[in-house]
Design a protein around this ligand. Structure first.
Ligand SMILES: *Cc1c(COP(=O)(O)O)cnc(C)c1O
Length: 365
């Protein structure tokens, strides 16, 4: 049992609100895949999936082990493993996970396994590279794929998909539309020769926001479920799901000339009251937040982080705040605070959220 007093509260009402927000953007018949990789974007993939299980059509995880964790928690929903590796294919089958097959090496390995076991119509997903140049077959691979699949009933192509490189960036609209067109062409080739019609999907969160007409049969929503759209306006429509809280462990009264923390980075110019909070860079707070760049909320007031962020602690300036040891500390509880942390940390909210470490206790409310 994790009894760390630093707790990430996951707001299930917010998750539901965000899911419904994306549902109302798409056609009623379009399926929804909830992306719960990386522990549900730094929350708790299992708890999030348990809550969403009866509300979505699919889950996706990045790695096999993440899918195994969902199955071990009795999740029955189909689970797409976005980035499987050959040594994991047997585990994928054992847990009835559905592999993305992205090149001939893993495609052939899976077909061999499917033949040997043997499997019957086992769902596989084929990913195509349309410009991200990360994972996926080339469109020129289609004839060979079709030949290999011809008459091979051990697997069934459950879906064909691709991923946009810059869906959030309207300056790259031409590139994105080209990707969408390439994908439509690839899908057409399959529909013509496969004899059945796999699901098609290409849109992530910002894809749904900017290119909703290209929703095909399913959309893959990740960051949007957790409260972030492309821009402030979109994000304002969503609710924050990640609330990081802690408590004051200790208060120090510091005299002018005394210092706080490692390397004596904070030097008191006047009498200062500091509070020590049990959350540090090992919990996911960047060291860039130190030295008054970041803040927390204590009794509704901003308390700046003074000195360096330690591995397990931060110290904050509470000179002007009426507070005592044991009081609640809010590290973030809305999107603006998370965005601020991301900005100061010189990164994006995806990294700020997923950085929340396994040491932090996770509670879905
Ligand atoms: C992570 C991921 C998503 C989700 O993207 P968001 O921007 O978080 O919505 C969708 N598809 C693939 C292939 C991914 O890797």
């Amino acid at each position: 049992m994790n009894n760390h007093v630093t707790v990430l509260e996951i707001d299930s009402n917010a998750l539901l609100h965000n899911l419904n927000y994306f549902k109302q953007k798409i056609k009623p018949e379009t399926k929804i895949l909830a992306v719960v990789k990386a522990f549900g974007y730094g929350s708790d993939g299992v708890q999030v999936a348990q809550f969403l299980e009866d509300k979505v059509d699919y889950f996706a995880v990045a790695y096999t082990q993440e899918g195994v964790a969902l199955r071990q928690s009795k999740i029955k929903t189909p689970i797409l493993v976005l980035h499987p590796q050959i040594p994991n294919l047997q585990t994928i089958v054992d847990y009835r996970l559905e592999p993305n097959l992205y090149n001939f090496k893993i495609f052939n390995a899976f077909l061999t396994l499917a033949d040997e076991m043997p499997l019957m119509n086992y769902p596989i997903h084929l990913k195509f590279n349309t410009g991200l140049n990360r994972l996926g077959f080339w469109h020129t691979d289609i004839p060979k794929i079709l030949t290999d699949l011809n008459g091979f009933n051990h697997v069934k192509v459950q879906s064909i998909f691709s991923h946009l490189a810059a869906s959030e960036d309207l300056e790259e609209k031409e590139f994105s539309i080209n990707q969408l067109n390439n994908f439509a062409y690839i899908a057409q080739q399959f529909y013509k020769h496969l004899g059945y019609e796999p699901l098609l999907h290409i849109l992530n969160t910002s894809g749904v926001v900017n290119y909703v007409k290209a929703q095909f049969d399913m959309v893959r929503v990740g960051i949007g479920l957790y409260g972030f759209g492309n821009d402030e306006k979109e994000t304002a429509q969503l609710k924050n799901t990640h609330n990081l809280k802690s408590i004051i462990s200790q208060i120090h009264l510091i005299q002018p000339g005394e210092t706080v923390g490692y390397n004596r980075a904070f030097v008191a110019k006047s009498p200062t009251k500091s509070a020590t909070i049990p959350v540090g860079h090992a919990d996911g707070l960047s060291r860039k937040l130190g030295n008054k760049k970041g803040y927390v909320l204590i009794n509704n007031q901003k308390a700046k982080i003074i000195g360096n962020v330690c591995m397990d602690m931060i110290m904050v300036d509470v000179t002007k705040i009426d507070c005592k040891e044991g009081d609640e500390v809010i590290i973030f509880n809305n999107q603006k605070m998370i965005q601020h942390i991301a900005d100061v940390s010189e990164t994006i909210v995806y990294e700020t959220l997923t950085a929340i470490s396994q040491r932090v206790k996770k509670v879905l409310n």
